[in-house]
Design a protein around this ligand. Structure first.
Ligand code: F6P
Length: 376
């Protein structure tokens, strides 16, 4: 009798709606299509390094499709190559990747499915180079992963942001105020641009296009002249004024990307009040965008990603991240996507749509192809 194949699965990095839907799809596909065994590691790569895991049976994934968060837990401080270990009052960082390989082998795993963002893909690339059979699944509300047209989690965050902007609209109108809504997204403006369009924002400010404060204020004043005595601004946390700096909320010492953004909208509000004398209020949506039940789109995308990852594993195709390519599920080599960020580029149709809708992007006479700071 041949041995059953055994898969490991982990969720790494910041959480997002749809993680449980992926875990469910992995377990169901593995059991239903191939009679495999599945173990889930706790808290991302931390669980693989520390050998903390549990077997996942059908009962463990029953009823979790619509649940936010991840039943496995996650961590954005668990890079096996730079693993934080508390020594006295301080963390030191050591390479524990060999321990992770040992645990993988001792458990008799045939493949590891790593669900995560750029940090998890970078760690997965390193682990693949050490010989682990890895399949990646792209997750993040930021939608900034290279190699896929969309990550799961983005649509849910976008829906939450658009709902929030809708609510801000009525109070903006009642009080004749300028209302700024700040959304996450790190160095990419996908969430700001998409939610700004969906919520009918008057001004959308994205990290890829440093804004000119006078242009922002002129748009607000022009609206007032036309009798629209309120304005909605949607801004990505990584946006900055022309010649200005990123607003850093904090630094997380033991995280692959230590910088946590947030708060640019407070700076912008002060500038707008100073120049226009109009009352301005700020709402920072922050982690709220990472919570809640996944949208139907994300449930489907997460399910497709999870099933495809298992099919790849069964067929012995490793070292790839499953990806949305157009409307189809394809794959991209992890080595080609690790360490890269997908930003808005001049040919992004979303950007052109915003411009056609007379939305201000905070830049005068925008020339999409030359003004945009291209992805580095
Ligand atoms: O990458 C997802 C994300 O939510 C970003 O949008 C945000 O900048 C960051 O994570 C926040 O991280 P943390 O959970 O460490 O505050």
């Amino acid at each position: 009798m041949s041995r059953k194949m055994k898969l490991g699965v982990l969720t790494g990095g910041g959480d997002c709606p749809g993680l449980n839907a992926v875990i469910r799809a992995v377990v169901k596909t593995a059991l239903h299509d191939y009679d495999m065994e599945v173990v889930g590691f706790f808290d991302g790569y931390e669980g693989l390094v520390e050998n903390r895991y549990r077997q996942l049976k059908p009962a463990d994934v029953s009823g979790i499709l619509t649940l936010g968060g991840t039943i496995l837990g996650t961590s954005n401080r668990a890079d096996p190559f730079n693993f934080p270990v508390l020594q006295g009052d301080e963390y030191i960082y050591i390479d524990r990747s060999s321990q992770a390989v040992q645990n993988f082998e001792r458990l008799g795993l045939d493949a590891l499915i790593a669900i995560g963002g750029d940090g998890t893909m970078a760690a997965s690339n390193g682990m693949a180079e050490k010989g682990l059979s890895i399949i990646g699944i792209p997750k993040t509300i930021d939608n900034d992963l290279f190699g896929t047209d969309q990550t799961f989690g983005f649509d849910s965050a976008l829906t939450s942001a658009a709902e929030a902007i809708d609510k801000i609209h009525s109070t903006a109108q009642s009080h004749h105020r300028v209302m700024i809504v700040e959304v996450m997204g790190r160095y990419a403006g996908w969430l700001a641009l998409a939610s700004g369009i969906a919520g009918g924002g008057d001004i959308i400010l994205i990290p890829e296009l440093p804004y000119q404060i006078d242009v922002v204020c002129d748009k607000i004043k022009e609206r007032n002249r036309k009798g629209k005595n309120f304005s909605i601004i949607v801004i990505g946390e990584g946006a900055k004024a022309e010649g200005g700096e990123l607003v850093i909320k904090r630094k997380v010492a033991n995280s692959p990307d230590q910088i946590r953004l947030g708060g640019i909208s407070n700076q912008l509000a002060a500038q707008i009040e100073g120049i226009t004398t109009l009352e301005t209020r700020v709402t920072i949506l922050g982690h709220l965008l990472r919570g809640g039940t996944p949208t139907a789109f994300d449930r489907i995308l997460a399910s497709r990603f999870g099933s495809e990852a298992v099919h790849l594993g069964y067929n012995g195709i490793f070292g790839n991240m499953v990806a949305l390519q157009g409307n189809e599920i394809g794959k991209a080599p992890i080595k080609d996507v690790a360490g890269k960020i997908r930003k808005i580029t001049p040919d992004s149709s979303l950007l052109k749509t915003a411009i056609s809708l007379d939305t201000s992007l905070g830049v005068e006479n925008i020339n999409v192809s030359s003004d945009l700071e291209l992805a580095k």
